[in-house]
Design a protein around this ligand. Sequence first.
Ligand code: GLN
Length: 483
Amino acid sequence: MSGAVPAKYQSASEIVDLVTNREISAVEVLERYLNQIEEHEEDVHAFNLVTINEARAAAKETDKLIVQGEKLGPLAGVPVAIKDNLCTKGIPTTASSKILEGWKPPYDATVVKKLKEAGATIVGKTNLDEFAMGSSTENSAFGPTRNPHDLSCVPGGSSGGSAAAVAAGFAPIAIGSDTGGSIRQPAALCGVVGVKPTYGGVSRYGLLAFASSLDQVGPFATSVRDAAIVHEVIGGYDPLDSTSIKQAPNSFVQIIDEGVNKLKVGIISELMGGIDGITHEVIEQTNKAVSALSNAGAQVEEVSLPAALYCLSAYYLIAPAEASSNLSRYDGVRYGLRVDGANLKEMNVNTRTEGFGDEVKRRIMLGTYALSAGYYDAYYGKALKVRRLLAENFADLYKDYDVLLSPTSPCTAFKLGAKVNDPMTMYVNDVCTIPSNLVGHPAISIPFGSGKDGMPIGVQILAPPMKEPVMYQVARTLEQASQ
Ligand code: GLN
């Protein structure tokens, strides 16, 4: 067998029902997943750390509450894997970087806190591209994660560990972060559901910042319903995140089964062959999704999003610019690694030289350059103009359409090592996912068939800000059509 995918997935909602009705204990649920981890983790390497003891203690606690007849949370007994760039109190949080060696956060990220309050069992911290910079999880200081469908392939990135954990049946739910596609692209490559919420809809408190105006936290799941349930749990206003939306929507599951009759769906032509690099088989499969929606009663039309042509370039200026500032805090004084030098400056340089990997250094240099006096207007300033233009393009389209549709990833999972030496080729993986980040809109990737190589293909539904309910509704219809 070349993969590590279980024959059947159990959904989080099924687990909650079984645990709540005392048909199975939270400890038993956990042990099943730990067995699967035991069997396949060595091949897949989804985790930087499996928190076995803490998980067993948490599951026991849930079972105790059940015996006491306490009211249980919406994720009672559900194992959840957390991307290792989200703070977990007292548990190493590395961002898959050497620079955070030995650092243990003094607090839980808000999403982690909410998951625990909902009764979830945190099973471990998942691997990622260092500081979430990458599209294959090969930029991890701790070695790559492999795709559970074919261990010679990448899982996508940067949340490749989270996507692989769900695909391999190590946990029914995982949490990731999405700055330019890092939840949706690995979800597509691993054949699971992945959601980037509206910017401000889910708290970023306790997420190690990459590009703060783009970063969002979101769920991976094996079904659209599970993703919506987790989204409800982790979403909502948080005073600890200054960009948190006060009236964030928080009911996504309710209308999920209402179908798409009379909804208007725009197919983004630029991402259906208008831009080079999107493979024929991905376009073909996306067209099948379009037909499925049309058969289900949606009104589908091709539309144009002209600024999509410039999104990749704009993103690879804005994200590195913000990263160059955000990552200045790793100075050898405040967190993790310190490599000594003759004086403060030397210590600082030695620490960063040894602590950061090549891609992180490349981004810091790109960002510093784009922000430097004399180049600011030509690069960073121009990228911001593209961002504005894109927002106008989207606003125009959403006057007439409920949601938009495109492929999630331009290709299926590629072989490990195939793109590591060519950053530009790697960056092209994000061409379909970046637009939603630049404007802060929600988007979801749903598995829809596979390529000639048998590897999963994902289709993306984009929605206006705060319009997750309709996004989930359309996604659910596609999910049914794909089954
Ligand atoms: N692949 C993109 C990048 O490398 C997106 C990363 C992300 O969403 N965290 O920047």
